[in-house]
Design a protein around this ligand. Structure first.
Ligand SMILES: Cc1cc2nc3c(=O)[nH]c(=O)nc-3n(C[C@H](O)[C@H](O)[C@H](O)COP(=O)(O)O)c2cc1C
Length: 451
């Protein structure tokens, strides 16, 4: 079963725009100050736009977490909607997707902030709704701890409903801006929300009319039961993590079945798994690139950190040998290791050497490392067998890995008839094949009239 959609590609400006590989920030082509350099973020977005990518995607966790003494890739620095606003002014077609947490914001703020971005960018904004699972973040917001998953998603669902209601609070025709009559709005068409729920009380309406795509597109990336449910209920597009076509297809089938149960058209949801790319002009060059990146990622403390994560004595670890299974914590027992280290434990049990375990984690996502033809083959195959409607690209290093994708992989996809020669639709919603809400038409007419 081929995906019924044209191929979609977004790029995750991962690692604060350095790249997904932990060695990316030290790579010769990178600038180690990229995380705070808006020029670098804009440069990456322009490269993506040169390739006609559907969107740039910025993830976010509102707090400093992970060990950033030598691995800044795991940190989130600049606030996404501010970065996307700067990118909006330096680009004209590419979509702008930002992440914002439903646990550590109020829905009115998020509805207003993203609708503002949508108006500023003429209908190119997307909101990635996340509930945030990182415990230390809660300590920045009153310290009550991260809620259990059902509660997080309970709030996330209500939050997303309120945001949607606020985005719909200007009915078509509410904005008049009529100089001749002196009437600016038709108050009858402004709909307060009057939401009173378990988590929020919101009157509305928003102070903003619809944009040229109506309102931002909603993205989600839930893996758990309640996460999948939120995606199926509210998301226009889904980021997923899958490493085989079988798991990707099972995930997509599950999301679509849940969407159908909510009365939605299951085919309307675009499912875009993450795809890590590492490109060289030959297989040998690609392998050497990864090896060099792995070296740059290796820090003196890594062996000790690995030992600590697996609850082992560092003196017992021999880099060239696997860890004997009897010394490892058992598999499948909750709490045996930190939840983020479950993949590491599983690889240790599979008998990988300590050196292999020390290689940077590429967990949970599909990896395409090799020549441009190889990367194009992976993309074509997954799309052809219906495992993906497209991908969320995660280049190893943004500075030269994203241009390599645009200049060497996309021409192959174009030759195969899988990638366009020019941008089609102007708004992100239309490019993803989603219907436009009524209010969008008026915003377009107003824009045309101003031209
Ligand atoms: C491509 C991708 C990007 C994600 N970006 C973020 C993010 O920026 N912030 C965040 O808190 N979680 C992010 N997540 C995590 C998801 O929102 C979700 O919490 C995770 O997949 C676990 O699913 P669950 O919450 O249903 O257990 C991302 C997940 C994926 C697959």
């Amino acid at each position: 079963m081929t995906s019924r959609r044209p191929l979609h590609l977004t790029v995750h400006l991962v690692g604060a725009a350095s790249g997904v590989h932990p060695g990316a920030w030290r790579w010769p082509a990178s600038d180690p100050h990229t995380f705070a350099s808006i020029d670098r973020w804009v440069q990456a977005a322009r490269t993506a736009e040169r390739g006609l990518l559907d969107a740039v995607f910025l993830s976010d966790v509102p707090g400093l977490w992970g060990d950033i003494t030598d691995h800044p890739q795991e940190a989130y620095f600049l606030e996404p909607t501010l970065v996307l606003t700067a990118i909006a002014r330096a680009t004209s077609r590419i979509g702008l997707i930002g992440t914002a947490s439903t646990s550590f914001n109020e829905p009115y703020n998020i509805a207003r902030r993203f609708q503002s971005l949508d108006l500023i960018s003429h209908g190119r904004a997307g909101w990635n709704t996340v509930t945030t699972f990182v415990p230390v973040v809660a300590e920045n917001f009153g310290g009550a701890g991260i809620a259990e998953r059902p509660d997080r998603y309970g709030r996330g669902n209500e939050f997303t409903d309120v945001v949607r209601a606020l985005w719909a609070s200007w009915q078509p025709g509410a904005l008049l801006a009529d100089v001749a009559t002196g009437r600016f709005t038709d108050a009858e068409r402004l709909r307060p929300v009057h939401h009173h729920g378990e988590h929020f009380d919101v009157r509305g309406p928003l102070p903003l009319p619809p944009s040229e795509q109506g309102h931002p597109v909603i993205f989600q990336a839930g893996a758990s039961e309640p996460g999948r449910d939120l995606a199926a209920r509210t998301a226009d597009a889904v980021f997923s993590g899958a490493t085989t076509t079988e798991t990707a297809r099972a995930y997509a089938a599950d999301i679509r079945a849940r969407a159908a149960a909510y009365g939605r058209d299951p085919a309307s949801i675009a499912i875009l798994p993450g795809l890590m790319t590492s490109i060289g002009s030959t297989e040998a060059e690609a392998a050497a690139r990864l090896e060099r990146l792995d070296e740059l990622a290796y820090r003196d403390g890594d062996l000790a950190r690995l030992a600590a994560r697996l609850h082992l004595d560092v003196a017992t670890l021999d880099p060239d040998r696997p860890i004997p299974p009897r010394s490892l914590p058992p598999l499948g027992i909750e709490g045996a290791v930190d939840v983020l280290d479950a993949g590491l434990l599983e690889r240790a049990h599979r008998g990988l050497t300590v050196r292999a375990l020390l290689r940077p984690r590429w967990t949970g996502h599909l990896v395409a490392a090799g020549t441009p033809e190889h990367v194009a083959d992976v993309i074509e195959h997954w799309h052809r067998v219906g495992a993906a409607d497209g991908f969320t690209l995660m280049p190893d290093v943004i500075a030269d890995g994203l241009p390599a994708f645009v200049d060497h992989v996309l021409p192959i996809l174009r030759r195969r008839g899988l990638w366009p020669h020019e941008y089609g639709e102007a708004t992100l919603r239309e490019r993803l094949g989603l219907p436009l809400p009524d209010g969008a038409r008026q915003a377009r007419e107003a824009r045309e009239a101003r031209r």
